[in-house]
Design a protein. Structure first.
Length: 278
DNA sequence: CGGCCAACCTGTGCGC
DNA sequence: TGCGCACAGGTTGGCC
């Protein structure tokens, strides 16, 4: 489940395999994912050397030595697997759309059944102005994410706070799961209009958002179903969900005794405690 | 610009 | 076993 913590986990798994490494053979097996792959995708990456990996919101940025930066998004179902040089490299599986063989003999595979992911090209010196990147809000784990900035961005919005937190222009990297978790921790009802979220609620929410994402990264992401880290191991944060996916189960607030409910907002499931969250 | 919905895809799990 | 439907981690384009 690729929200910020999962993308960060994937990026950290890829970095030691790709950074400083020449790509021996890059192959794409589909013409497009969510959008067209670059026409020169294979030729431009094959023979190129990766300088550095980084993450912006849910995008992984692969900076290469010739100035190219590849922008990768995992969409809903995108996964990355790594097969070491001294291990068996499996035959291409269904929905394996891109494979990268490195000069060291490591194999990196991008698999995405729903093809909501994307890979496009930009350049290192223009990446900040790229259409996919330029309007994204502050990184929640960085210094630019503070109460004043956050409050300024939400206090005029009439939409439910749940919907506003999913908006990547407001704050980067949150998805359906971590929004539910953050609102549960903050005691804020997901349907409350963002312009009715008081400043003192924002003061709670900012560190809570930081904490929930930081904890999830430390746990190696969450992982619903069989979503795996690049190592193939599952993330463990899912075992710590307090709201997400817990419809009908007891609220875990001490002494609450209420039951987690599920509603639909903007066509997405929202899980919350009708008692704790106001 | 803000807000809302449909659309993009495939797979899975459930009720019948 | 098969069928139809609801639902799944995200984003965006079009419409009011």
């Amino acid at each position: 489940m690729p929200e910020l913590p999962e993308v960060e986990t994937v990026m950290r798994g890829l970095a030691p395999v790709l950074e400083g490494v020449r790509l021996e053979k890059v192959q794409a097996f589909v013409p497009k994912l969510r959008v067209d792959l670059p026409i020169d995708f294979e030729e431009r990456l094959t023979g190129n050397r990766v300088v550095q990996l980084s993450r912006r919101s849910k995008y992984i940025l692969v900076e290469c030595e010739d100035g190219l930066t590849a922008i990768l998004h995992l969409g809903m179902s995108g996964r990355v697997s790594i097969y070491g040089a001294n291990t068996h490299h499996p035959a291409r599986a269904k929905h394996d759309h891109v494979t990268i063989l490195t000069e060291r003999g490591d194999l990196v595979v991008f698999n995405d059944p729903r093809r909501f992911g994307l890979i496009v090209f930009s350049t290192a010196d223009t990446i900040q102005t790229h259409a996919l990147i330029k309007d994204i809000g502050p990184e929640p784990l960085g210094n630019a994410f503070d109460v004043d900035t956050f409050w300024a961005r939400i206090k005029t919005r009439k939409s439910p706070i749940k919907t506003v937190l999913l908006n990547q222009k407001v704050v980067a990297g949150l998805g359906n799961i971590y929004v539910c978790e953050a609102l549960w921790r903050a005691g804020i009802h997901p349907t409350r209009r963002a312009d009715r979220v008081r400043r003192k609620d924002a003061e709670k929410l900012v560190p809570i958002i930081r904490d929930v994402l930081t904890e999830a990264i430390a746990a190696g992401g969450s992982t619903l179903k069989d979503y795996a880290q690049v190592s193939g191991e599952l993330g463990y944060f899912q075992h710590r969900f307090k709201a997400y996916g817990r419809e009908g189960e007891p609220c875990l607030t001490q002494g609450c005794g209420s039951t987690i409910e599920r509603i639909v907002q903007s066509n997405r499931s929202t899980f919350f405690c009708p008692t704790c969250q106001t």
